[in-house]
Each structure stands twice: as structure tokens, then as C-alpha cells.
Design a protein around this ligand. Structure first.
Ligand code: GLU
Length: 275
């Protein structure tokens, strides 16, 4: 009994591995058949961050856990940079198999890609200079200069809901922080957990503060191509990570020292049914 269950699981993992790479080892864009290409951010400390040759953060830890459950050991993962504006295209063109990159599940994105998860829920917030007391929420931004990232829900929310704000778009949030420091802009907006991670780095310590007044719900999904067959297995892996305590451990380790505490009402979330 036990043995046949284990081999069934192994067979599932192997099938998932084949489905992800899209081939049985015959090369092509998917690599040599036993690797998986995972899109992450390279510039978001605590979430997805390239540190020399190492990849670190909560997204990276969830990605490693899920990959392992699908049959890919850590050394079979190829990490690919997935900036906000490029994520749908990376999936559509099969340059990556999965994306774990603070990637909010939205109906608009679902027109082009599919999502497993969510595995985390964040909220859009603002980051300002430490001594700024004039910005306390999105309604206090009129006449201010705000920075966000092209292709993000954060930029879209501001242009849709707060048209009086002048929005500067960059390729990544770290680029916005440079402008905030020099006074070129007055605030940065994106998810609270991203802002907390950026503000807590050695270089930024003491310079900025997260306002702490969230104005959206961002459900982080695992981005997949529309024809991926792995959604249900990824959800099973996420649930296992949460139930085993590994999810909590990873979240704590990656937010330690940032002052960030996740919204306990919304976390950990329950993965949604796959389409
Ligand atoms: N979670 C939001 C999004 O998916 C903002 C963070 C990001 O740009 O990655 O657009």
C-alpha cells in the first residue's frame, strides 16, 4: 500500500516536471528537460533578491519549496529576472515556467496568463522620507510626485483612482528609492511588504518610513502560462508549505528586522481553485 502510494506521488512529480518543461529532454527553449525556469524579482530585498550568485527572499523560498514538490531540486532551478512589466510576456513566450515575483492575481492579467495560489496577501502602501509628515495616505498625495513601476497594479491603481497625483514610472522599485532620497519625488507606492524590505536595507536604514495605511489587497499568485497543467499540484505544494509551518518560518526569516507584520486576517491565504 505504502509503496504504491509513494510511487504514485513520484509518478505525479515526474509528470509535473515533464509538463513544466514541456518536453522529455529534447532541448529547445525549455532547457535540457530536467530544469525549471522560475521568474523572480532580482531587486526586491526580502522577496526576490540576487545577492552575488545567491537568490534570496520569501518568493524565492516559496518557489524552491514548490519546485521541490514538483520534482525539481534546487540545483535544477534556473532563476530568471522578471520585472513587473515583463511578466505576462515571459510566460506567454515560455521564457519561464513559473513566476514568483510579488505577482498579484488580477482579472486583467488572467486574460493572458494563469495563476496558482495565492500564497500571500499584501496591501498597497506608501513610502516617504523619514521626516515627512504631510503624506499619510493616498488622499494626501494631490500635488505630490509619486513613483511606481511600469506594469504594476500599484501604478495602475494610482492613475485610475487618484488622477490628481503626478506619477513617475520606473523599471523597478529600487530605482524609485534613489529618486525619493534625492528629492526628485515625494513618495513611492507599491505593496507594503516590498516597501518594508527596501527601507530596511543597510544603505537605506533611517532614511524612509512606510506610511502604514494600506489601500488595496494584493494576492500573490504563481504566474503560469495559460496551457500549464501544474496549477493544482502547485496549490497542493503551497498548502503543504503552510500546514507544515515552513511558510511561516520563511516569512519570518525574510521580514525579520524590517518592522513588517503581515495582515493576519488575510494570511496565510487559501489557494483558489484552478481554472
Ligand atoms: N503586486 C503588485 C503587482 O503585481 C505590485 C508589485 C510588483 O510590481 O511586483 O503589480
Amino acid at each position: 500500500m505504502r509503496k504504491s502510494r509513494i510511487s504514485a506521488v513520484a509518478a505525479m512529480a515526474a509528470a509535473a516536471a515533464l509538463a513544466l518543461t514541456g518536453c522529455g529532454g529534447s532541448g529547445g527553449d525549455a532547457g535540457d528537460g530536467d530544469t525549471v525556469k522560475i521568474g523572480i524579482k532580482f531587486d526586491q530585498p526580502g522577496l526576490g533578491f540576487k545577492d552575488g550568485e545567491a537568490y534570496k527572499g520569501f518568493d524565492v523560498d516559496v518557489a524552491k519549496y514548490v519546485a521541490k514538490e514538483l520534482g525539481f531540486a534546487e540545483d535544477k532551478i534556473e532563476w530568471v529576472s522578471a520585472p513587473s512589466a515583463n511578466r505576462e510576456t515571459l510566460l506567454e513566450t515560455k521564457q519561464v515556467d513559473m513566476i514568483f515575483a510579488t505577482y498579484s492575481i488580477t482579472d486583467t492579467r488572467k486574460e493572458r496568463v494563469a495563476f496558482a495560489g495565492p500564497y500571500f496577501v499584501a496591501g498597497q502602501d506608501l513610502l516617504v522620507r523619514q521626516d515627512d509628515t504631510s503624506i499619510t495616505g493616498p488622499e494626501t498625495l494631490t500635488g505630490k510626485k509619486l513613483c511606481s513601476v511600469t506594469g504594476s497594479t500599484s501604478a495602475k491603481k494610482v492613475s485610475d483612482s487618484y488622477p490628481g497625483v503626478s506619477l513617475v514610472e520606473q523599471g523597478g522599485y529600487a530605482d524609485c528609492l534613489g529618486l525619493l532620497e534625492t528629492g526628485g519625488i515625494d513618495a513611492v507606492t507599491t505593496d507594503d511588504i516590498i516597501l518594508a524590505g527596501l527601507a530596511a536595507t543597510e544603505a537605506n536604514k533611517g532614511k524612509f518610513k512606510v506610511v502604514g495605511n494600506t489601500f488595496s489587497e494584493e494576492k500573490y499568485g504563481v504566474g503560469l502560462s495559460k496551457d500549464a497543467t501544474t496549477c493544482a499540484d502547485i496549490n497542493t505544494a503551497i498548502t503543504k508549505m503552510i500546514d507544515s509551518g515552513e511558510w511561516e518560518k520563511a516569512l519570518q526569516a525574510n521580514t525579520e528586522g524590517t518592522g513588517y507584520s503581515p495582515n493576519a486576517k488575510l494570511n496565510p491565504p487559501k489557494p483558489e481553485a484552478c481554472a
